[in-house]
Ligand binder design. Structure first.
Ligand SMILES: *Cc1c(COP(=O)(O)O)cnc(C)c1O
Ligand SMILES: [Zn+2]
Length: 417
């Protein structure tokens, strides 16, 4: 049996092909982004959706769709395979009969980043990489640190100065080397990293610069389509920072469509903060290239506070346009309300994740999402890692009780009246 159907890297820019098992970041010739390609024709002949039903529920259930060649190199903590929860509250509030939440707050380190790092660290291990680097506003760093530790890989995380102390603490807990990263704009960071690829040859784990990480985000498409009985949703809403999540999901849906396992494709919706949404700005202008936009210190959605996407966000914008989707910007107030709404679903989401529901509310008002559309909002990360926002979203109870039956009886009478 074939463990992986990946065949080679191809460059987005100059179209050059490269052999798969070598530690490449961006294209050695032109610096373009590399994409991992698969033998979909052979997959169509040799694989069938039923094959996957009986496998373990993690994202490794879909290993044929990843570049890892040998299962013994897998570094896994049970990531992926998260529930697709039907809405019990927001759907009713918005008049939607088919709303779901893909709850990646349940991942090993509390965010969907674990999909990407499980794969990227496994693949790095397979290639004999012994150390690596990423930058992070918190979640990517925590995830990288945890998987790297388990793989025995020496991890360095540049932690954005805006990252909250809990997230910084977790990165340290998992044993990464860290430094606080100061910058004016994301363009400073990408310029630094792109030069480091060329001059240091240090293997990086930054989304898109690392060609494996976002391949794992294809598992969203596989898991969601499987849960819906091998049907794609009509709309998938994903918060966007670098865009690795939304781009990977879109690639996954396209593969399933090419294999003939799903008939239709979802419209992909990119969500960013109003304070800093270069993808949204580009979309509103009909552009395929995003310019630097906004101030990333002004949003509570830290994980999607990115004022300039790598290489103009071309991949992300292509996913949005090619799918017939759209891009939506949301304010801090809208995000807090969405955090509260998700509480009514039994979900504790961090602000960047709640942004997807805030965007849905906007889209329903604007008529871009219809009442009978099947909609999936991705809950990318747990609110437990940004507790100050939870405190802000919920008024503390003013009631007190000194333990006695009489007091309890009075309290309940007051509460239930
Ligand atoms: C990283 C992150 C995002 C954005 O993902 P990208 O792949 O960078 O677009 C969204 N939500 C959370 C919670 C994140 O950690
Ligand atoms: Zn190239």
């Amino acid at each position: 049996m074939t463990w992986s159907y990946a065949t080679h890297y191809s460059c987005d820019n100059c179209m050059e092909h490269y052999e798969l098992i070598q530690p490449l970041n961006t294209c050695p010739i032109c610096g373009g982004l590399l994409e991992i390609q698969y033998d979909l024709d052979r997959m169509k002949l040799e694989l069938h959706p039923k094959l996957f039903d009986s496998r373990e529920p993690s994202m490794w259930r879909w290993h044929e769709f990843y570049p890892l060649q040998n299962g013994t190199n897998m570094v896994s903590m049970g990531e992926g395979g998260t529930p697709l929860l039907p809405s019990v509250y927001a759907g009713r509030m918005l008049g939607l009969s088919n709303l779901y939440f893909k709850n990646d707050a349940m991942m090993p380190t509390g965010s969907f980043k674990d999909r990407g790092f499980s794969l990227a660290v496994s693949f790095a291990k397979e290639m004999g990489i012994t150390r690596g680097l990423t930058y992070s506003s918190g979640n990517a760093g925590a995830s990288f640190a945890a998987y790297a530790r388990r793989a025995g890989l020496d991890a360095t995380v540049l932690v954005e100065y805006l990252a909250n102390p809990i997230k910084k603490g977790i990165i340290g807990l998992y044993g990464a080397r860290t430094a606080t990263l100061h910058f004016e704009s994301m363009t400073d960071i990408t310029a630094m990293l792109e030069q480091a690829v060329k001059e240091l040859g240090l293997y990086q784990f930054v989304n898109f610069i690392n060609p494996a990480r976002h391949e794992a985000m294809k598992s969203y498409a596989y898991e969601i389509s499987q849960a819906l009985g091998w049907k794609a949703p009509d709309v998938m809403i994903h918060p966007v920072g670098t865009g690795g999540g939304i781009w990977g999901a879109w690639k996954g849906f396209c593969e399933l469509n090419q294999l003939g396992w799903i008939e239709s494709l979802p419209r992909m919706v990119a969500v960013q903060p109003k304070a800093t949404g270069p993808i949204v700005q580009a979309f509103n202008q009909g552009a395929r290239h995003a310019e630097k936009h906004g101030d990333s210190t002004q949003t509570i959605a830290q994980s999607i506070a990115a004022d300039a996407p790598i290489q103009g966000g071309r991949r992300v914008l292509n996913a949005v346009y090619d799918s017939g989707g759209f891009a939506e910007a949301v304010t801090n107030e809208e995000i807090i309300e969405a955090v509260q709404w998700l509480g009514n679903e039994g979900i504790c989401a961090e602000p960047a994740s709640a942004a997807s529901l805030a965007a849905l509310k906007r889209a329903v008002s604007a008529g871009t999402v219809q009442p009978d559309d099947c909609v999936v909002c991705v809950i990318t990360g747990s609110g437990l890692k940004q507790p100050s926002i939870i405190q802000q979203a919920v008024a503390e109870s003013q009631l007190e009780l000194t333990a006695s039956f009489d007091n309890l009886n009075k309290l309940l009478t007051a509460l239930w009246k």
